[in-house]
Design a protein around this ligand. Sequence first.
Ligand SMILES: [Zn+2]
Length: 142
Amino acid sequence: MPSQIPIQEGLFTWPSEEPRLLGSRCCGCGEVSFPVQKSCPACTGDETEAIPLAREGTLWTWTIQRFPPPAPPFIGDRESFEPFGVGYVELAEGVRVESRLTVNDPAQLEIGMKMELVVEPFDRDADGNERMLFAFRPAAAA
Ligand SMILES: [Zn+2]
């Protein structure tokens, strides 16, 4: 039976009512990274622990992707492409996460606004399973 599967293992907790991105924290200097890093990008220490990240953050910067990205990695139907928002969301841990945004209307996006993590269907694989991808939405829309 087709089901919902994460687009990539280890990126976020799924299935979950309140999905969280999975990051890593350096046991040496405390630097937090996303996605999980085996060694610390700040101090090159090789001891890190996986941690769930905050579900909310602030919009650090954003843009609207108006054209289909090159294929690969773009695998969708170029005819039905719809512009989508993409941005960096800064989480409480201080890490900035590059993410798809749920809105593509510039009037609804403002640097510094509160954003909230959601997991939504992205596309389907050959077996008909819905592949799930994380995105951020304006927290006010919740
Ligand atoms: Zn470190």
